[in-house]
Design a protein around this ligand. Structure first.
Ligand SMILES: [Zn+2]
Length: 494
């Protein structure tokens, strides 16, 4: 009897953990299945007329989000801008002419990076010019001025307003006290009691999107979670490091699925989520991508960008049909013989080819995020009979910053699958859009029409159907979710 009890106990000791792991896995998989339903629900495959995920003919979308750290001279900044954003001749050959954008710092010690208030009027004039032409679209926090306070931050916003500069993307910077994030970047910018508090002013000015320090190693956001997506992090040339990265990324996802706040963005692998700041305001938080084998965040240098946007990454991005916003610091280039390392120049030229051949939609961070929101919250309906299709666009039901009736420019790239492109008409309210492009069948075998910028409505201002149009005077109450900020949509060439 005693012997029997002993072996029973042994079996139980063995079985209980196995059973616990089994139950955990079943619950985890069930939760992932429920999370993924959201993506399947938006899959247009079965509808006669449907919204295509990306503008035709692109299969994926990418932005490079460059933080200005260590960009120490105006010459360096200008040369990098010329290479990434124009086709002009540079010291590194002809520019690649993509719409990549850049960021700027209001305050920063001179041994860090050039900044708006550095005292050099050429730097501030360049920043203003580039914000206005769209080649700077991100404010990289207020920087690291000793004793930084609300009045310094207010002064920057006044400068932007005075110069008619619109910025809608915020990116936390290192340990700047003005940061908005809590978990990775430890900022006080959204703590109402702190002298650095500015989130009320900054959101009222027009910031809609913020990066709060979160980075993913998975290439391709806004796609369902699959076991295989974690496996792609593995790098045969660096098996130990990359295997640890795979496990870490799975662990983050599992923690998020079971309610961990720090990794909440890893839960459904989306590009954007609605986040609450410490003062109760809400903002669109986005995640950035870096899969460098040494670990998350280690690839954000000029030289390592070549790895992060390698052919392997871009192929993966196209395969899953995802969005990605790449995290980098082009100014961290001490180990490069030129402003941009030769390997990174080659990777960027390869990216330009992917854009030119219609594979990857490359846009600046703000324009990619604008497209994402416009696409996600677009409200429209259609009639289709005998191949004749009429699409009526109502508005963009932005749950955070209010419903807008966009102008045609704000819908640039929006693409609808239709049965007969020649017999399709699209209306925005009562106005018929006059600039559409008819597209042949794509890899899904479906023809489509794309809305082009510059059509009817170009000169009109988008109107916003929100209760308080005009500048917002107070922080938005948590429950309303609507602000009265002027619409930030813009379109057309930058
Ligand atoms: Zn930074």
């Amino acid at each position: 009897m005693k012997i029997k009890n002993m072996s029973l106990r042994k079996i139980l000791v063995f079985l209980l953990p196995v059973a616990a792991i089994f139950v955990f896995c079943v619950i985890y998989i069930k939760k992932i299945y429920d999370i993924n339903k959201y993506y399947y629900h938006s899959d247009p495959e079965n509808s006669l007329v449907a919204l295509r995920k990306f503008p035709y003919p692109y299969m994926a979308a990418l932005a490079i989000s460059n933080d200005m750290d260590d960009t120490q001279t105006l010459d360096e900044f200008l040369e990098i801008q010329k290479f990434i954003n124009t086709r002009e001749m540079t010291s590194m050959g002809q520019g690649i002419g993509l719409n990549i954008g850049n960021s700027f710092l209001p305050y920063e010690p001179a041994n860090g990076a050039i900044s708006y208030f550095s005292g050099d009027p050429n730097v501030s004039a360049t920043i203003i010019r580039d914000i206005r032409n769209g080649s700077i679209d991100v404010i990289h926090s207020y920087g690291k001025k000793p004793g930084l306070s609300r009045s310094d931050e207010h002064a920057m916003l006044q400068e932007l307003r005075r110069n008619d500069c619109r910025i809608e993307v915020w990116v936390d910077h290192d340990r700047s006290p003005s940061n908005l994030g809590d978990d990775v970047t430890f900022g006080l910018g959204d703590h109402p009691g702190a002298k650095e508090y500015h989130a009320d002013l900054t959101l009222r000015y027009g910031i809609r999107f913020a990066w709060l320090g979160r980075v993913t190693m998975i290439a391709g956001q806004a796609v369902p979670i699959r076991a295989g997506m974690f496996a792609t992090i593995f790098d045969r040339d660096h098996p130990v490091y990359s295997a640890i990265n795979v496990l870490k990324e799975i662990a983050k996802n599992a923690l998020a699925v079971f309610g961990d706040k720090k990794y909440a963005m890893q839960e459904n692998n989306d590009l954007v989520r609605v986040a609450s700041l410490d003062d109760g305001q809400r903002i669109y938080e986005f995640i950035r991508f870096d899969d460098y084998w040494r670990g998350v965040g280690t690839g954000a240098t000029n030289k390592r960008l070549a790895y992060v946007i390698s052919r392997k990454t871009l192929d993966r991005l196209k395969e899953v049909g995802g969005y990605t916003i790449v995290y980098t610091h082009l100014g961290k280039n001490n180990d490069c013989p030129q402003y941009i390392c030769p390997g990174t120049q080659a990777a960027l030229r390869n990216l330009a080819r992917e854009y030119e051949t219609g594979n990857i939609y490359v846009r600046s961070t703000s324009r990619l995020l604008d497209y994402y929101v416009a696409h996600k919250y677009l409200r429209w309906k259609y009639d289709s009979e005998g191949g004749k299709t009429t699409i009526r666009i109502r508005d963009i039901a932005d749950p955070l910053f209010g419903t807008t009736v966009p102008n045609a420019d704000a819908l640039e790239g929006i693409t609808f699958y239709v049965p007969d492109t020649a017999r399709t008409r699209i209306f925005l309210g009562r106005k018929e859009l006059d600039r559409l492009r008819q597209n042949p069948p794509d890899s899904a075998g479906r023809p489509s029409v794309t809305i082009l910028a510059g059509g009817k409505g170009r000169s009109e201002t988008a109107s916003r159907r929100s209760p308080s149009n005009g500048p917002r005077q107070e922080a938005v109450p948590e429950e309303s979710g609507i602000s009265g900020r002027a619409p930030a949509y813009r379109g057309g060439a930058s």
